[in-house]
Design a protein. Structure first.
Length: 217
C-alpha cells in the first residue's frame, strides 16, 4: 500500500474514534493536545515541518483562548450579549483567516526561517500531506466563523444598525449556527488533531535522505 493510502486510512480511523469524544471536551483539550504534538515533534528531525505547523497552531490557540476568556470576563462585568458574541466570533474569524493565509504559504515561510536559523538543513522543508488538508480545514473554519458572525449581526440588527424592532423581530430566532457552533468547531478541531497525528506516523515512515545524495542534487 502506498504511503498516501496509509495516511488517509489512518486519518479516517483516528477521526472516527476521536471526533465523538472531542465534541464533549472544551477548547483546553485542543490546547493540551497541540502542546504535546509540539513537544513530540521537537525531538525528531523528521518532523521539522510538523513542528512549524503545530507551533503556529498552538500560538493561535493560546491567543484564541485568552481573547475568549477576556470577552467572557467582560460579559460578567456587564458587556451585552450581542457585543460579547461580536467580539468572540470576530476574534475567531480573524485568527482562523490569518492561520489560513499562513498555511497557504507555510512552505515558503518555513524555508525562510530555516535559511535564517539553520541554512544547512533547508532541504528538510517540503510540503507534507498535512499542508493541503489543514488548509481545507481552516477554510471550513473561516466559513463557519463568517456564518456565526453574520448570524449574530442579523439577530441583533436593531442594536447594531438601528433597524426597527418590527423589522428585526422575525430574525431573533435565527440561532442555528450559534447553537451548533461548539459542535461544528469541535468536529473541525478533531480533524486538525487527526491530521497532525496521521502526519506524525507518515513522516516517521519516510526514509532519511543520505547527505551524499543531497549534496549530489
Amino acid at each position: 500500500m502506498k504511503l498516501s493510502s496509509y495516511f488517509f486510512l489512518i486519518a479516517i480511523l483516528i477521526a472516527v474514534s476521536l471526533s465523538y469524544f472531542y465534541i464533549a471536551l472544551n477548547n483546553y483539550a485542543n490546547f493540551i493536545m497541540l502542546a504535546v504534538i509540539v513537544i513530540f515533534s521537537s525531538f525528531s528531525k523528521q518532523l521539522v515541518n510538523l513542528k512549524h505547523i503545530s507551533v503556529v497552531l498552538f500560538i493561535f490557540t493560546l491567543i484564541e483562548l485568552s481573547a475568549v476568556e477576556l470577552a467572557l470576563v467582560m460579559r460578567k462585568e456587564g458587556l451585552e450579549a450581542h457585543l460579547a458574541n461580536f467580539s468572540i466570533f470576530g476574534v475567531y474569524f480573524l485568527l482562523d483567516l490569518t492561520a489560513l493565509l499562513l498555511l497557504k504559504h507555510r512552505v515558503r515561510l518555513s524555508l525562510r526561517y530555516m535559511r535564517f536559523t539553520n541554512p544547512d538543513n533547508w532541504r528538510s522543508i517540503y510540503m507534507t500531506y498535512a499542508d493541503p488538508i489543514l488548509y481545507g480545514i481552516f477554510f471550513a473554519f473561516v466559513l463557519v466563523d463568517l456564518a456565526a458572525f453574520g448570524e449574530n449581526l442579523i439577530r441583533y440588527m436593531d442594536l447594531f444598525f438601528g433597524v426597527s424592532e418590527e423589522a428585526s423581530k422575525p430574525f431573533w430566532s435565527w440561532s442555528w449556527v450559534y447553537k451548533n457552533y461548539e459542535v461544528l468547531k469541535s468536529i473541525l478541531l478533531s480533524c486538525v488533531i487527526t491530521t497532525l497525528l496521521a502526519t506524525i506516523f507518515v513522516e516517521r515512515q519516510r526514509p532519511d535522505t543520505p547527505d551524499e545524495e543531497l549534496e549530489s542534487e
